[in-house]
Design a protein around this ligand. Structure first.
Ligand SMILES: Cc1cc2nc3c(=O)[nH]c(=O)nc-3n(C[C@H](O)[C@H](O)[C@H](O)COP(=O)(O)OP(=O)(O)OC[C@H]3O[C@@H](n4cnc5c(N)ncnc54)[C@H](O)[C@@H]3O)c2cc1C
Length: 472
């Protein structure tokens, strides 16, 4: 990922704003630029834009939306900001936290009301750490639907998307302004494209094993479950330009990926009263703290394996997720009419499993915390038929990245904005702080959509400011 000196004679072709990466962040940015009446081109390395966005459940947390109001859910941005700060142990950048909490509602409503994305609230279970039900998703509850709809909307608005266009270098002048980008095609041929402002929306470094080993050693042997094309280009360019990299050890893990199927099993199976045991049939943690930190906890169990144990009632809730339905079709979800048969099917010792259920029932009945500190008071007891999935922990995406300000401008070490570079989504430092346990559900798409839109608005404004009124 190199930095080059701009060609002396300029560029044959230019666009006022160039966006690198066609994930949720890139498309939100491009829509916002286009809305401002400024030309924008989106460059994507793959032949079909998918990114990590397509692999996600497509859920965006947002507070104070009309979707919540319709369901009678009381929530507001201050409550959301407090949840984000608490989960990140107050170590996330407060500027971006407040921006994200404030703008998430308007951003989801913008996508729904202006561009017709049919969001609805996940209203039937709680996500860990959220004081209100505020996850907004599309009907299939899948990120594939989100990215396909965003691409369709961008297409309908005539926003040029160039695929098979990996940005391989930035052309940067002596004042650290980006003047254009170099594009490498799959056959190795190269083009260049000039620009007045650049938006980096090419996610983080989960797909770069060397960067993961350097910044997140605890996950260096974990499977990476995100998009392999996210190879840390934004942070590598940023480093070369003196940008400030923040919270590079932060990441979203997940402690519930069906093994060996490699399918995400929604944390609903745990939050609704399910639990995890290891190969000895023993519980090992307070699972309700969050699925992100649970990745490393599960990987620390014998053979890096755990079993999610739940029941049919919970399975019915999880079935709203396309991933869960896929897991059932793939045979990853085991069912048994009794605990004994479940233990036999999973090859787990029945006495250990029986003891887990007895301890949970005791905690539920007495309202006391269990020995890991988890509260089961109010939970519905598990009843036959029982369900189970063999799972492992995985790295989903990195949360560290380029430090940005409230206009998504990339900042240098002295917190001064670089002249014309913006970052959004996984390219920017997120709102989770430096550790996996700082990740609050939805933090990924939160900064992809909010910072994407903000970056687009700010990049467009910066271009318009420099354009003489008569030339607009
Ligand atoms: C299994 C899974 C489940 C998840 N579930 C959720 C969830 O429910 N809610 C949530 O908030 N988050 C979730 N996340 C995280 C979320 O998917 C990401 O945080 C979010 O999609 C990031 O969006 P993005 O636009 O920054 O990146 P991406 O969607 O990854 O898009 C980046 C794009 O940039 C392209 N690119 C990279 N480098 C270049 C280059 N040099 N030139 C051109 N193009 C380039 C890539 O090909 C890619 O298309 C999940 C992640 C995973 C893996």
């Amino acid at each position: 990922m190199s930095i080059k000196t701009p060609p002396k004679n300029g560029f044959e072709v230019s666009a006022p704003v160039v966006v690198v990466g066609a994930g949720a962040a890139g498309f939100c940015a491009a829509l916002a630029v286009h809305e401002a009446g400024v030309e924008v081109v989106v460059l994507e390395r793959d032949s079909i834009p998918r990114g990590s966005t397509a692999l996600s459940a497509g859920l965006i947390p947002a507070a104070g939306t009309h979707f919540q109001a319709t369901r009678g859910i009381t929530d507001n941005p201050a409550l959301f900001a407090a949840d984000l700060k608490r989960k990140a142990h107050d170590r996330a950048d407060p500027v971006v936290v407040d921006l994200a909490a404030r703008q998430a509602g308007p951003t989801v409503e913008w996508l729904a009301d202006r561009y017709g994305l049919p969001f609805s609230i996940v209203h039937d279970f709680d996500y860990p750490g959220h004081a209100a039900r505020r996850m907004h998703g599309l009907p299939s509850r899948s990120g594939l639907e989100l990215i396909d709809r965003l691409r369709q909307v961008a297409d309908e608005h005539g926003i040029p998307l160039v695929v098979n266009a990996k940005v391989s270098a930035l052309y940067v002048d002596a004042g650290r302004a980006v003047r254009g980008v170099e594009i490498t095609r799959p056959d190795g041929t190269r083009d260049s494209l000039g620009c007045d402002a650049l938006i980096l929306a090419c996610n983080g470094y989960g797909g770069a094993p060397d960067l993961v080993a350097r910044h997140i050693p605890e996950m260096r042997h974990a499977s990476y479950f995100g998009h392999p094309g996210n190879r840390g280009d934004a942070v590598l360019w940023g480093e070369r330009l003196g940008a400030k990299l923040e919270h590079m050890s932060g990441y979203q893990g997940h402690g519930s990926v069906a093994h060996p199927h490699g399918i995400l099993i929604s944390w609903a199976v745990i939050m609704e009263g399910g639990f995890q045991v290891n190969k000895n049939g023993a519980r090992f943690s307070d699972e309700s703290l969050g699925y992100s930190e649970q990745a490393a906890v599960v990987l620390a169990q014998p053979d890096g394996i755990a079993f999610d144990i739940f029941d049919e009632r919970i399975a019915a809730i999880a079935r709203q997720f396309a991933d869960f339905r896929q897991a059932e079709a793939a045979g990853a979800v085991i069912e048994a009419p009794t605990l004994g048969l479940l233990a036999a099917r999973l090859n787990l010792p029945l006495p250990a499993l029986t003891q887990c259920l007895a301890e949970i029932e005791e905690a539920r009945r007495t309202g006391s915390l269990d020995r890991f500190g988890r509260r089961f008071a109010g939970a519905t007891p598990l009843v036959p038929p029982f369900k189970a999935v063999k799972v492992t922990g995985a790295l989903f995406h990195t949360q560290g990245g380029l430090l940005v300000d409230c206009a998504a401008r990339v900042l240098d070490a002295s917190k001064k904005p670089l002249p014309n570079i913006f970052a959004a989504g996984g390219a920017a430092a997120g709102v989770s702080g430096p550790c996996a346990d700082g990740y609050l559900s939805g933090n990924g798409l939160l900064t992809a959509t909010v910072l994407g839109r903000v970056a687009g608005q700010a990049a467009a404004a910066s271009v318009l400011q420099k354009t003489p009124a008569g030339a607009r």
